[in-house]
Design a protein. Structure first.
Ligand code: GRF
Length: 218
């Protein structure tokens, strides 16, 4: 079975959804390890609870190349084949991205290519976007710019504020689309071929959506 690593920095709600899907077999993979760049990340408790090896790798005193080399060494030690970036708040070096090309998925809280980077909910409100959501994409050298696999979207209402948008993005979208995308990867149904996403052998013309979720991920 595919050996999956999850990279985290924070609360780990996405991590928990992934761990739950691994445990009940919806993602046919093994949790090889969890890596956090923050020793205080609540996500680490979730890893320990699930009995998955947790690695804390803080940046202190290391430059980016040294950090990423240590990260790759840790992942290789655990035999990792697939990486889920679930709220990992570090920019990765080009060398790291090359090493793991086509094997690394990230979740981002916006409808990419809109709103790369931080504070996406605030920017949706400031710019009066009619819709908001989240995206799972392959990681490339372009920050939040790799090929998008699946997006979930919803209409922004007049009552929405940053808090309600954040809750909807997490509950209604992220916690569904990330485990689903990882399940497709683990089954060998999803691949990245340069700029294109191949789903069940065919290049996607547009990202998949909530309507494509299998019943087990809805
Ligand atoms: C998510 O909104 C993710 O999209 C963003 O960071 C947040 C992580 O939350 N990159 P959690 O750690 O999964 O609770």
């Amino acid at each position: 079975m595919t050996r999956l690593a999850v990279l985290v920095s924070g609360q780990g709600r996405n991590l928990q959804a992934i761990l739950d899907a691994l445990r009940d077999g919806r993602i046919p993979a093994r949790a090889a390890c969890i890596v956090s760049n923050r020793s205080a990340a609540p996500a680490l408790d979730r890893a320990r609870q699930a009995g998955v090896p947790a690695i804390v790798l803080e940046a202190e005193g290391r430059d980016r190349a040294a950090y990423d080399a240590a990260l790759t060494a840790g992942l290789e030690r655990h035999g990792v084949e697939l990486i889920a970036m679930a709220g990992f708040m570090r920019v990765l070096s080009d060398g790291f991205i090359e090493r793991w090309r086509g094997r690394m998925l990230n979740i981002h809280p916006s409808l990419l290519p809109r709103h790369t980077g931080l504070h996406t909910h605030r920017r949706v409100l400031d710019e009066g976007d009619p819709e908001h959501g989240a995206s799972v994409h392959y990681v490339t050298e372009k920050l939040d710019g790799g090929p998008v696999v699946i997006q979930g979207r919803f209409t922004v209402g007049p009552q929405d504020d940053e808090r309600t948008l954040a809750a909807k993005v997490m509950q209604d979208v992220e916690l569904k689309i990330f485990p689903q995308a990882l399940a497709w990867c683990a089954r060998g149904e999803l691949r990245c071929d340069g700029a294109r996403v191949l789903f069940r052998g065919r290049a996607l013309a547009a990202p998949l959506g909530l309507e494509d979720l299998e019943p087990a991920f809805r």
